[in-house]
Design a binder for this molecule. Structure first.
Ligand SMILES: Cc1cc2nc3c(=O)[nH]c(=O)nc-3n(C[C@H](O)[C@H](O)[C@H](O)COP(=O)(O)O)c2cc1C
Length: 192
């Protein structure tokens, strides 16, 4: 089983990175092959809404997203981690998601069977943290991520989110968080 871990925070060694790393260790312990993708190492131009992908399912922008599409499609499980920035995912994460419009075109305009009901079934899991404690802090991001996973034919397998986490390392104040992330990763790679 191929697991793709997508690190959406530009802060290396930060809170979501710590959590995702634990989840990936859990997946590895469960026997999965894991790949790590640090989005801030890539140049991902925002979608230009040119509709260049409508007829082909391929994006016309030639940048590092070209390396990311195949990784998304090869994955059986995608674990996406992004902190909350202004009540949404980070700009790196959103740029990747918006550029997945090319896959949306494949699935919904071109009816590509590989992304349809008969195509490969994936699982998607979301990890996030936010500095504030508001009840609605994760709502926007979760909705965005659910629609991203839908394009990938990935069943939304759940989320692990923590409020009140701001400075680098704050997540370590939640001793149960790392264990929960590890267990989530291990659970995701178990057969249904
Ligand atoms: C540009 C920016 C916007 C942010 N917006 C929010 C926000 O809307 N709500 C919130 O709870 N935290 C917000 N935060 C705080 C981060 O979510 C928090 O510091 C988090 O722990 C960062 O995770 P990381 O260490 O994985 O990068 C924001 C931080 C930055 C830098």
């Amino acid at each position: 089983m191929n697991v793709l871990g997508i690190f959406g925070s530009p802060r290396r060694g930060g809170n979501t990175e710590t959590l995702l790393e634990e989840a990936l260790k859990g997946a590895e312990a469960g026997g999965a092959k894991v790949e790590r993708l640090y989005l801030s190492d890539f140049t991902i131009t925002p979608c230009k809404e040119c509709h260049g992908c409508d007829a082909t399912g391929n994006c016309v922008i030639l940048d590092d997203m070209g390396k990311i599409y195949p990784k998304l499609l090869e994955a059986d499980v995608v674990i996406l981690a992004s902190p909350i920035f202004f009540y949404g995912v980070t700009a790196w994460t959103k740029a990747m998601i918006d550029r997945s419009q090319a896959l949306w075109s494949r699935k919904y305009l071109l009816k590509d069977p590989s992304l349809g009901k008969e195509g490969k079934k994936r699982k998607g899991f979301f990890i996030s943290v936010g500095a504030t404690k508001g009840p609605r802090v994760f709502e926007g991001a979760i909705l965005t991520v659910k629609y991203f996973f839908d394009v990938l034919n990935a069943e939304y397998a759940g989320e692990l989110v923590f409020r009140g986490v701001e400075a680098k390392g704050d997540i370590l104040q939640h001793p149960e968080a790392l264990q929960q992330a590890f267990e989530a990763g291990r659970r995701l790679v178990q057969s249904p």
